[in-house]
Design a protein around this ligand. Structure first.
Ligand code: ADP
Ligand code: MG
Ligand code: MG
Length: 508
Protein backbone atom coordinates (compact mmCIF):
# COMPACT_ATOMS: atom_id res chain seq x y z
CA UNK A 1 0.00 0.00 0.00
CA UNK A 2 2.67 2.41 -1.01
CA UNK A 3 0.07 4.83 -2.39
CA UNK A 4 -1.51 5.28 1.03
CA UNK A 5 -2.32 7.93 1.97
CA UNK A 6 -3.16 9.49 -1.39
CA UNK A 7 -1.95 12.89 -2.53
CA UNK A 8 -4.56 15.56 -1.84
CA UNK A 9 -5.51 18.36 -4.19
CA UNK A 10 -5.08 21.84 -2.74
CA UNK A 11 -8.86 22.06 -2.25
CA UNK A 12 -9.08 18.66 -0.52
CA UNK A 13 -6.20 19.60 1.72
CA UNK A 14 -7.76 22.95 2.65
CA UNK A 15 -11.05 21.29 3.42
CA UNK A 16 -9.51 18.65 5.70
CA UNK A 17 -7.30 21.23 7.36
CA UNK A 18 -10.27 23.49 8.18
CA UNK A 19 -12.28 20.56 9.53
CA UNK A 20 -9.38 19.27 11.54
CA UNK A 21 -8.40 22.54 13.16
CA UNK A 22 -11.97 23.32 14.22
CA UNK A 23 -12.88 19.79 15.35
CA UNK A 24 -9.70 19.52 17.41
CA UNK A 25 -10.32 22.74 19.35
CA UNK A 26 -14.03 22.00 19.75
CA UNK A 27 -13.11 18.61 21.30
CA UNK A 28 -9.99 19.43 23.26
CA UNK A 29 -7.52 17.67 20.96
CA UNK A 30 -5.26 20.53 21.94
CA UNK A 31 -2.12 21.72 23.70
CA UNK A 32 -1.01 25.09 25.03
CA UNK A 33 1.16 26.70 22.35
CA UNK A 34 4.94 26.37 22.56
CA UNK A 35 6.73 29.61 23.56
CA UNK A 36 8.53 29.42 20.22
CA UNK A 37 5.12 29.52 18.50
CA UNK A 38 3.30 32.09 20.65
CA UNK A 39 5.45 34.31 22.84
CA UNK A 40 4.36 34.93 26.40
CA UNK A 41 3.97 38.66 25.65
CA UNK A 42 1.36 37.78 22.99
CA UNK A 43 -0.63 35.69 25.46
CA UNK A 44 0.05 37.17 28.91
CA UNK A 45 -3.06 35.58 30.45
CA UNK A 46 -2.21 32.14 29.02
CA UNK A 47 -5.60 31.70 27.37
CA UNK A 48 -4.54 30.31 24.00
CA UNK A 49 -4.70 26.70 22.88
CA UNK A 50 -3.77 25.12 19.59
CA UNK A 51 -4.37 21.80 17.85
CA UNK A 52 -2.07 19.09 19.21
CA UNK A 53 0.32 17.69 16.57
CA UNK A 54 -1.88 15.18 14.72
CA UNK A 55 -1.83 13.09 11.58
CA UNK A 56 -4.35 13.85 8.87
CA UNK A 57 -4.92 10.18 8.08
CA UNK A 58 -5.08 7.23 10.46
CA UNK A 59 -1.91 5.17 9.91
CA UNK A 60 -2.06 1.62 8.63
CA UNK A 61 -1.35 -0.92 11.34
CA UNK A 62 -1.33 -4.75 11.09
CA UNK A 63 -4.49 -6.03 12.76
CA UNK A 64 -2.81 -9.09 14.23
CA UNK A 65 -0.11 -6.98 15.90
CA UNK A 66 -2.66 -4.54 17.26
CA UNK A 67 -4.77 -7.31 18.74
CA UNK A 68 -1.75 -9.07 20.19
CA UNK A 69 -0.55 -5.86 21.86
CA UNK A 70 -3.90 -5.28 23.50
CA UNK A 71 -4.38 -8.87 24.55
CA UNK A 72 -0.99 -9.23 26.30
CA UNK A 73 -1.40 -6.03 28.30
CA UNK A 74 -2.91 -7.79 31.30
CA UNK A 75 0.13 -10.07 31.46
CA UNK A 76 2.42 -7.04 31.31
CA UNK A 77 0.43 -5.41 34.12
CA UNK A 78 0.84 -8.56 36.17
CA UNK A 79 4.56 -8.69 35.43
CA UNK A 80 5.26 -5.12 36.46
CA UNK A 81 3.07 -5.24 39.54
CA UNK A 82 4.98 -8.37 40.61
CA UNK A 83 8.32 -6.59 40.04
CA UNK A 84 7.13 -3.58 42.05
CA UNK A 85 6.25 -5.91 44.95
CA UNK A 86 9.63 -7.63 44.91
CA UNK A 87 11.81 -5.20 46.82
CA UNK A 88 14.76 -7.59 47.09
CA UNK A 89 14.89 -8.15 43.37
CA UNK A 90 14.56 -4.43 42.63
CA UNK A 91 17.31 -3.72 45.12
CA UNK A 92 19.62 -5.91 43.03
CA UNK A 93 18.84 -3.77 39.98
CA UNK A 94 19.17 -0.51 41.84
CA UNK A 95 22.54 -1.53 43.32
CA UNK A 96 23.96 -1.67 39.82
CA UNK A 97 22.79 1.88 39.19
CA UNK A 98 23.16 3.88 42.41
CA UNK A 99 26.84 4.64 41.87
CA UNK A 100 26.30 5.88 38.35
CA UNK A 101 22.83 7.44 38.43
CA UNK A 102 22.05 10.09 41.06
CA UNK A 103 18.37 10.18 40.20
CA UNK A 104 17.85 6.46 40.71
CA UNK A 105 19.91 6.73 43.91
CA UNK A 106 17.69 9.54 45.21
CA UNK A 107 14.51 7.60 44.44
CA UNK A 108 15.88 4.57 46.25
CA UNK A 109 16.94 6.66 49.28
CA UNK A 110 13.45 8.13 49.39
CA UNK A 111 11.98 4.63 49.41
CA UNK A 112 14.33 3.64 52.26
CA UNK A 113 13.39 6.77 54.20
CA UNK A 114 9.69 5.89 53.95
CA UNK A 115 10.46 2.34 55.01
CA UNK A 116 12.14 3.60 58.15
CA UNK A 117 8.95 5.19 59.44
CA UNK A 118 6.90 2.45 57.79
CA UNK A 119 4.66 2.34 54.73
CA UNK A 120 1.05 2.81 55.81
CA UNK A 121 -0.69 2.15 52.48
CA UNK A 122 -0.57 -1.36 51.07
CA UNK A 123 -2.52 -0.55 47.90
CA UNK A 124 -0.65 0.57 44.81
CA UNK A 125 -1.96 1.77 41.46
CA UNK A 126 -0.31 1.58 38.05
CA UNK A 127 -1.52 3.40 34.96
CA UNK A 128 0.98 1.80 32.62
CA UNK A 129 1.77 2.06 28.92
CA UNK A 130 3.68 -0.55 26.99
CA UNK A 131 5.17 0.90 23.78
CA UNK A 132 5.89 -1.10 20.64
CA UNK A 133 6.92 -0.84 17.04
CA UNK A 134 6.11 -3.29 14.27
CA UNK A 135 9.16 -5.29 13.35
CA UNK A 136 9.72 -7.31 10.20
CA UNK A 137 12.65 -9.65 10.14
CA UNK A 138 13.51 -10.10 6.45
CA UNK A 139 16.17 -12.71 7.26
CA UNK A 140 13.48 -14.94 8.78
CA UNK A 141 11.80 -17.51 6.50
CA UNK A 142 8.41 -16.13 7.47
CA UNK A 143 8.82 -12.37 7.76
CA UNK A 144 5.34 -11.84 9.24
CA UNK A 145 5.33 -8.57 11.13
CA UNK A 146 5.51 -8.84 14.90
CA UNK A 147 5.50 -6.37 17.78
CA UNK A 148 8.72 -5.45 19.53
CA UNK A 149 8.60 -3.51 22.76
CA UNK A 150 10.32 -0.12 22.82
CA UNK A 151 9.82 0.40 26.55
CA UNK A 152 7.38 -0.04 29.42
CA UNK A 153 6.22 3.14 31.21
CA UNK A 154 5.20 2.95 34.84
CA UNK A 155 4.92 6.68 35.60
CA UNK A 156 3.06 9.58 33.96
CA UNK A 157 2.11 7.54 30.87
CA UNK A 158 0.71 10.39 28.84
CA UNK A 159 -1.60 10.98 25.86
CA UNK A 160 -4.42 8.69 27.00
CA UNK A 161 -6.73 11.71 26.94
CA UNK A 162 -5.71 12.96 23.50
CA UNK A 163 -5.60 9.49 22.02
CA UNK A 164 -9.35 8.98 22.47
CA UNK A 165 -9.90 12.33 20.79
CA UNK A 166 -7.69 11.70 17.76
CA UNK A 167 -9.37 8.38 16.95
CA UNK A 168 -12.74 10.15 17.24
CA UNK A 169 -11.47 12.89 14.90
CA UNK A 170 -10.32 10.45 12.24
CA UNK A 171 -13.74 8.79 12.45
CA UNK A 172 -15.41 12.17 12.08
CA UNK A 173 -13.36 12.91 8.95
CA UNK A 174 -14.36 9.50 7.57
CA UNK A 175 -18.07 9.98 8.35
CA UNK A 176 -17.99 13.44 6.83
CA UNK A 177 -16.58 12.02 3.60
CA UNK A 178 -13.48 14.21 3.93
CA UNK A 179 -11.07 11.49 2.78
CA UNK A 180 -10.68 10.92 -0.96
CA UNK A 181 -12.87 8.12 -2.34
CA UNK A 182 -9.73 6.19 -3.32
CA UNK A 183 -9.28 5.38 0.40
CA UNK A 184 -12.76 3.91 0.87
CA UNK A 185 -11.53 0.30 0.72
CA UNK A 186 -8.98 1.03 3.47
CA UNK A 187 -10.40 3.67 5.84
CA UNK A 188 -13.57 1.83 6.81
CA UNK A 189 -15.63 2.02 9.97
CA UNK A 190 -14.53 -1.42 11.19
CA UNK A 191 -10.85 -0.71 10.48
CA UNK A 192 -10.73 2.47 12.55
CA UNK A 193 -10.05 1.72 16.17
CA UNK A 194 -11.56 4.04 18.75
CA UNK A 195 -9.18 4.26 21.71
CA UNK A 196 -10.98 3.87 25.04
CA UNK A 197 -8.01 5.26 26.95
CA UNK A 198 -9.72 8.30 28.52
CA UNK A 199 -12.53 6.29 30.05
CA UNK A 200 -10.39 3.32 31.01
CA UNK A 201 -7.64 5.35 32.68
CA UNK A 202 -10.28 7.35 34.56
CA UNK A 203 -11.84 4.02 35.56
CA UNK A 204 -8.45 3.00 36.95
CA UNK A 205 -8.13 6.16 39.03
CA UNK A 206 -11.71 5.70 40.23
CA UNK A 207 -10.89 2.11 41.25
CA UNK A 208 -7.98 3.37 43.37
CA UNK A 209 -10.17 6.06 44.89
CA UNK A 210 -12.87 3.55 45.81
CA UNK A 211 -10.45 0.97 47.19
CA UNK A 212 -9.01 3.58 49.56
CA UNK A 213 -12.25 3.34 51.52
CA UNK A 214 -14.00 5.83 53.79
CA UNK A 215 -12.53 9.08 55.00
CA UNK A 216 -10.60 8.69 58.24
CA UNK A 217 -11.19 12.27 59.27
CA UNK A 218 -14.72 12.99 58.00
CA UNK A 219 -13.51 15.07 55.09
CA UNK A 220 -14.53 14.94 51.46
CA UNK A 221 -12.32 12.65 49.44
CA UNK A 222 -10.39 13.59 46.31
CA UNK A 223 -7.78 12.41 43.81
CA UNK A 224 -4.72 14.64 43.45
CA UNK A 225 -3.07 15.15 40.06
CA UNK A 226 0.52 16.16 40.84
CA UNK A 227 1.60 18.05 37.75
CA UNK A 228 4.40 20.05 36.18
CA UNK A 229 4.08 23.81 35.98
CA UNK A 230 3.81 25.08 33.33
CA UNK A 231 2.26 22.09 31.54
CA UNK A 232 1.58 22.42 27.81
CA UNK A 233 -0.07 19.03 27.61
CA UNK A 234 -2.73 20.05 30.10
CA UNK A 235 -5.80 19.05 28.04
CA UNK A 236 -4.60 15.46 27.84
CA UNK A 237 -4.78 15.40 31.64
CA UNK A 238 -8.01 17.40 31.74
CA UNK A 239 -9.84 14.72 29.75
CA UNK A 240 -9.03 12.25 32.55
CA UNK A 241 -10.11 14.71 35.25
CA UNK A 242 -13.41 15.42 33.50
CA UNK A 243 -14.13 11.73 32.90
CA UNK A 244 -13.30 10.99 36.52
CA UNK A 245 -15.93 13.45 37.72
CA UNK A 246 -18.54 12.96 35.01
CA UNK A 247 -18.41 9.17 34.70
CA UNK A 248 -17.35 8.12 38.18
CA UNK A 249 -18.38 11.05 40.39
CA UNK A 250 -14.83 11.45 41.70
CA UNK A 251 -13.49 14.93 42.38
CA UNK A 252 -9.88 15.66 41.51
CA UNK A 253 -7.57 18.64 41.87
CA UNK A 254 -4.36 19.67 40.14
CA UNK A 255 -1.36 20.46 42.30
CA UNK A 256 1.95 21.65 40.80
CA UNK A 257 4.63 19.37 42.24
CA UNK A 258 6.62 22.40 43.48
CA UNK A 259 3.62 23.50 45.62
CA UNK A 260 3.21 20.17 47.39
CA UNK A 261 4.50 21.25 50.78
CA UNK A 262 2.54 24.52 50.68
CA UNK A 263 -0.87 22.92 50.14
CA UNK A 264 -0.73 19.43 51.60
CA UNK A 265 -0.20 18.19 55.13
CA UNK A 266 0.00 14.85 56.90
CA UNK A 267 -2.26 14.05 59.84
CA UNK A 268 -0.77 12.16 62.76
CA UNK A 269 -1.89 8.90 61.10
CA UNK A 270 -0.31 9.91 57.77
CA UNK A 271 -3.61 10.82 56.14
CA UNK A 272 -2.85 13.26 53.32
CA UNK A 273 -4.82 16.48 53.58
CA UNK A 274 -5.07 18.85 50.64
CA UNK A 275 -6.13 22.43 51.28
CA UNK A 276 -6.77 24.16 47.97
CA UNK A 277 -5.55 27.75 47.73
CA UNK A 278 -8.92 28.79 46.27
CA UNK A 279 -10.84 27.71 49.40
CA UNK A 280 -8.53 27.54 52.42
CA UNK A 281 -11.46 26.86 54.74
CA UNK A 282 -12.21 23.49 53.12
CA UNK A 283 -9.69 20.70 53.06
CA UNK A 284 -9.89 17.29 51.43
CA UNK A 285 -8.55 13.86 52.20
CA UNK A 286 -6.47 12.55 49.30
CA UNK A 287 -7.22 8.96 48.33
CA UNK A 288 -4.93 8.70 45.31
CA UNK A 289 -1.91 10.66 44.10
CA UNK A 290 -1.60 10.55 40.33
CA UNK A 291 1.93 11.63 39.39
CA UNK A 292 2.17 13.47 36.09
CA UNK A 293 5.39 15.01 37.41
CA UNK A 294 8.31 13.67 39.40
CA UNK A 295 9.60 11.31 36.70
CA UNK A 296 12.51 13.48 35.62
CA UNK A 297 15.43 15.03 37.54
CA UNK A 298 14.27 18.35 36.04
CA UNK A 299 11.19 18.14 38.28
CA UNK A 300 13.42 18.24 41.38
CA UNK A 301 14.82 21.74 41.19
CA UNK A 302 15.57 22.19 44.87
CA UNK A 303 16.19 19.88 47.82
CA UNK A 304 12.70 20.72 49.05
CA UNK A 305 11.27 18.89 46.02
CA UNK A 306 12.78 15.65 47.31
CA UNK A 307 11.26 16.44 50.70
CA UNK A 308 7.94 16.88 48.91
CA UNK A 309 8.26 13.47 47.26
CA UNK A 310 9.11 11.87 50.59
CA UNK A 311 6.13 13.60 52.21
CA UNK A 312 3.77 12.25 49.55
CA UNK A 313 5.27 8.76 49.68
CA UNK A 314 4.89 8.61 53.46
CA UNK A 315 1.22 9.39 53.20
CA UNK A 316 -1.72 7.03 53.39
CA UNK A 317 -2.87 8.02 49.90
CA UNK A 318 -2.54 5.39 47.18
CA UNK A 319 0.36 6.31 44.93
CA UNK A 320 0.09 6.06 41.17
CA UNK A 321 2.85 5.02 40.99
CA UNK A 322 4.80 4.24 44.17
CA UNK A 323 8.57 4.73 44.09
CA UNK A 324 9.14 1.00 43.69
CA UNK A 325 6.71 0.94 40.77
CA UNK A 326 8.48 3.91 39.21
CA UNK A 327 11.82 2.10 39.60
CA UNK A 328 10.35 -1.03 38.01
CA UNK A 329 10.02 1.09 34.85
CA UNK A 330 13.81 1.61 34.62
CA UNK A 331 15.23 0.62 31.25
CA UNK A 332 17.67 -1.54 33.21
CA UNK A 333 14.75 -3.71 34.35
CA UNK A 334 13.65 -4.17 30.75
CA UNK A 335 17.21 -5.15 29.82
CA UNK A 336 17.49 -7.70 32.62
CA UNK A 337 14.14 -9.25 31.69
CA UNK A 338 15.24 -9.48 28.07
CA UNK A 339 18.47 -11.31 28.88
CA UNK A 340 18.29 -14.62 26.98
CA UNK A 341 17.63 -17.70 29.15
CA UNK A 342 17.40 -15.58 32.28
CA UNK A 343 15.27 -16.89 35.14
CA UNK A 344 13.78 -13.45 35.82
CA UNK A 345 10.65 -13.56 33.70
CA UNK A 346 9.68 -16.91 35.20
CA UNK A 347 10.11 -15.52 38.69
CA UNK A 348 7.33 -13.01 38.05
CA UNK A 349 5.21 -14.89 35.52
CA UNK A 350 5.20 -18.58 36.43
CA UNK A 351 2.83 -19.49 33.57
CA UNK A 352 5.15 -20.46 30.68
CA UNK A 353 2.54 -19.89 27.98
CA UNK A 354 1.92 -16.33 29.19
CA UNK A 355 5.62 -15.62 29.63
CA UNK A 356 6.45 -16.86 26.14
CA UNK A 357 3.97 -14.43 24.55
CA UNK A 358 5.72 -11.54 26.30
CA UNK A 359 9.13 -12.92 25.44
CA UNK A 360 8.27 -12.69 21.74
CA UNK A 361 7.92 -8.90 22.14
CA UNK A 362 11.39 -8.40 23.65
CA UNK A 363 14.04 -6.84 21.42
CA UNK A 364 17.70 -7.60 22.16
CA UNK A 365 19.00 -5.32 24.93
CA UNK A 366 22.44 -5.45 26.52
CA UNK A 367 24.07 -4.03 29.63
CA UNK A 368 27.17 -1.88 29.29
CA UNK A 369 28.81 -3.30 32.39
CA UNK A 370 31.79 -5.61 32.86
CA UNK A 371 29.83 -8.87 32.45
CA UNK A 372 30.55 -10.99 29.36
CA UNK A 373 27.41 -9.68 27.67
CA UNK A 374 28.42 -6.16 28.70
CA UNK A 375 31.89 -6.52 27.19
CA UNK A 376 30.35 -7.76 23.95
CA UNK A 377 27.95 -4.81 23.95
CA UNK A 378 30.80 -2.36 24.58
CA UNK A 379 32.44 -3.62 21.39
CA UNK A 380 29.23 -3.18 19.39
CA UNK A 381 28.60 0.29 20.81
CA UNK A 382 32.08 1.67 20.26
CA UNK A 383 32.54 0.36 16.73
CA UNK A 384 31.12 2.88 14.23
CA UNK A 385 30.18 0.12 11.78
CA UNK A 386 28.03 -1.79 14.28
CA UNK A 387 26.77 1.08 16.46
CA UNK A 388 24.42 2.14 13.66
CA UNK A 389 22.10 -0.75 14.60
CA UNK A 390 21.67 0.41 18.21
CA UNK A 391 20.24 3.01 20.54
CA UNK A 392 21.87 3.88 23.86
CA UNK A 393 19.49 4.68 26.71
CA UNK A 394 19.98 6.11 30.18
CA UNK A 395 17.49 5.50 33.02
CA UNK A 396 15.33 8.46 32.05
CA UNK A 397 11.76 9.18 30.98
CA UNK A 398 10.02 11.80 28.93
CA UNK A 399 11.93 11.67 25.65
CA UNK A 400 15.03 13.40 24.34
CA UNK A 401 17.53 11.41 26.43
CA UNK A 402 18.72 8.68 24.08
CA UNK A 403 21.78 8.48 21.86
CA UNK A 404 21.30 6.93 18.46
CA UNK A 405 23.37 4.92 16.02
CA UNK A 406 26.50 6.69 14.81
CA UNK A 407 26.39 9.20 17.67
CA UNK A 408 27.02 6.38 20.16
CA UNK A 409 30.81 5.84 19.75
CA UNK A 410 31.77 9.55 20.10
CA UNK A 411 29.36 9.88 23.03
CA UNK A 412 30.93 6.96 24.85
CA UNK A 413 34.39 8.21 24.07
CA UNK A 414 33.67 11.36 26.06
CA UNK A 415 31.98 9.51 28.92
CA UNK A 416 34.24 8.05 31.67
CA UNK A 417 34.00 4.27 31.48
CA UNK A 418 32.87 4.11 35.09
CA UNK A 419 29.62 5.79 33.95
CA UNK A 420 28.84 3.36 31.13
CA UNK A 421 26.77 0.95 33.26
CA UNK A 422 24.18 3.74 33.67
CA UNK A 423 23.12 2.97 30.08
CA UNK A 424 21.64 0.04 28.24
CA UNK A 425 22.25 -0.76 24.58
CA UNK A 426 19.19 -1.74 22.56
CA UNK A 427 18.87 -2.97 19.01
CA UNK A 428 16.95 -0.53 16.83
CA UNK A 429 13.55 -1.82 15.80
CA UNK A 430 13.12 -1.17 12.09
CA UNK A 431 9.43 -0.81 11.26
CA UNK A 432 8.16 -1.11 7.68
CA UNK A 433 8.09 2.19 5.79
CA UNK A 434 4.80 4.11 5.92
CA UNK A 435 3.68 7.54 4.84
CA UNK A 436 1.40 10.12 6.38
CA UNK A 437 0.92 13.86 6.79
CA UNK A 438 1.35 15.59 10.16
CA UNK A 439 -0.03 18.97 11.12
CA UNK A 440 2.07 20.78 13.68
CA UNK A 441 1.56 24.44 14.55
CA UNK A 442 -0.65 24.77 11.49
CA UNK A 443 2.08 23.54 9.15
CA UNK A 444 1.63 20.37 7.13
CA UNK A 445 4.60 17.99 6.90
CA UNK A 446 4.30 15.05 4.51
CA UNK A 447 6.51 12.04 4.07
CA UNK A 448 7.84 8.79 5.45
CA UNK A 449 6.77 8.07 9.02
CA UNK A 450 7.42 5.63 11.85
CA UNK A 451 4.57 4.59 14.14
CA UNK A 452 4.75 3.57 17.78
CA UNK A 453 1.82 1.78 19.39
CA UNK A 454 1.28 2.31 23.11
CA UNK A 455 -1.08 0.04 25.02
CA UNK A 456 -2.39 1.34 28.32
CA UNK A 457 -2.94 -0.91 31.28
CA UNK A 458 -4.44 -0.41 34.71
CA UNK A 459 -3.38 -2.49 37.67
CA UNK A 460 -4.36 -2.06 41.31
CA UNK A 461 -2.72 -4.37 43.81
CA UNK A 462 -2.10 -4.93 47.47
CA UNK A 463 1.49 -5.28 48.60
CA UNK A 464 1.35 -7.94 51.29
CA UNK A 465 4.50 -6.75 53.05
CA UNK A 466 2.77 -3.56 54.24
CA UNK A 467 -0.31 -5.09 55.84
CA UNK A 468 1.08 -8.51 56.69
CA UNK A 469 -1.67 -9.99 54.48
CA UNK A 470 -1.25 -11.92 51.24
CA UNK A 471 -0.41 -9.66 48.32
CA UNK A 472 -3.05 -9.70 45.59
CA UNK A 473 -4.12 -8.02 42.37
CA UNK A 474 -7.49 -6.30 42.78
CA UNK A 475 -7.90 -4.82 39.29
CA UNK A 476 -6.14 -5.65 36.06
CA UNK A 477 -7.33 -4.48 32.67
CA UNK A 478 -6.15 -3.23 29.29
CA UNK A 479 -7.03 0.45 29.00
CA UNK A 480 -7.02 1.53 25.37
CA UNK A 481 -4.21 2.49 23.05
CA UNK A 482 -2.12 5.34 21.68
CA UNK A 483 -0.54 5.61 18.26
CA UNK A 484 2.30 8.11 17.92
CA UNK A 485 3.75 8.88 14.55
CA UNK A 486 6.96 10.73 13.73
CA UNK A 487 8.82 11.64 10.59
CA UNK A 488 11.22 8.86 9.62
CA UNK A 489 14.13 11.30 9.77
CA UNK A 490 13.69 11.72 13.52
CA UNK A 491 14.97 9.11 15.94
CA UNK A 492 12.87 10.36 18.85
CA UNK A 493 9.11 9.92 18.94
CA UNK A 494 7.88 12.00 21.86
CA UNK A 495 4.91 14.21 21.06
CA UNK A 496 5.41 16.46 24.06
CA UNK A 497 9.13 16.65 23.31
CA UNK A 498 8.21 18.05 19.89
CA UNK A 499 9.03 15.11 17.65
CA UNK A 500 5.87 13.13 17.04
CA UNK A 501 2.15 13.48 16.46
CA UNK A 502 -0.87 11.68 17.86
CA UNK A 503 -2.48 9.28 15.43
CA UNK A 504 -4.97 6.41 15.35
CA UNK A 505 -4.89 2.91 13.90
CA UNK A 506 -6.46 1.92 10.62
CA UNK A 507 -6.18 -1.86 10.81
CA UNK A 508 -5.10 -3.80 7.75
P1 ADP B 1 11.44 7.56 26.83
O1 ADP B 1 11.16 6.87 28.13
O2 ADP B 1 12.26 8.79 27.00
O3 ADP B 1 10.20 7.79 26.02
P2 ADP B 1 12.08 5.50 24.85
O4 ADP B 1 12.76 4.23 25.19
O5 ADP B 1 10.63 5.40 24.58
O6 ADP B 1 12.39 6.56 26.02
O7 ADP B 1 12.80 6.16 23.61
C1 ADP B 1 12.34 7.36 23.03
C2 ADP B 1 12.06 7.15 21.55
O8 ADP B 1 13.21 6.62 20.90
C3 ADP B 1 10.95 6.16 21.25
O9 ADP B 1 9.68 6.79 21.30
C4 ADP B 1 11.31 5.69 19.85
O10 ADP B 1 10.87 6.61 18.88
C5 ADP B 1 12.83 5.72 19.88
N1 ADP B 1 13.34 4.38 20.22
C6 ADP B 1 13.65 3.94 21.46
N2 ADP B 1 14.08 2.66 21.42
C7 ADP B 1 14.02 2.27 20.14
C8 ADP B 1 14.34 1.06 19.43
N3 ADP B 1 14.82 0.00 20.06
N4 ADP B 1 14.15 1.03 18.10
C9 ADP B 1 13.69 2.11 17.43
N5 ADP B 1 13.39 3.28 18.02
C10 ADP B 1 13.55 3.37 19.36
MG1 MG C 1 9.29 6.23 28.85
MG1 MG D 1 8.98 6.36 25.26
Amino acid sequence: MTDYPPELSAEEQNFIFTELKDWSIAHGLAVRPAPSFVQQSQDPAGVLATTAPVTIFPSLFPRRCFEEGLSIQKAYNELYSAIARDEDWLQGIVEELVHVDDFVAKLWQTHLAVKKTGYVQGLSLGLFRSDYMVHEDPSHSNPAPGLKQVEFNTIASSFGGLSSQVSAMHRYLLNLGAYPSSTSAIIKADALKQSQSTLQLAKGLAAGHKAYGESRCKRSLCVLFVVQDPERNVFDQRHLEYALLEEYGVRSFRLPFGKTLAYTALDEDQTLIYTPPHSPSISYEVTTIYFRAGYSPDDYVKEEDWEARLHLEKSRAIKCPSILTQLAGCKKVQQVLATPHSPHLKRFLPDDAVASRLLKTFAPIYPLDKSDAGKEARKLATDPSSSTRYVLKPQREGGGNNIYRKAIPPFLQKLPETQWPAYILMEMIEPPPLKNAIIRNGVLERGGVICELGVYGVCLWRDGSVSGEEGEILENFEAGYLLRTKGDQSEEGGVAAGFGAVDSCCLV
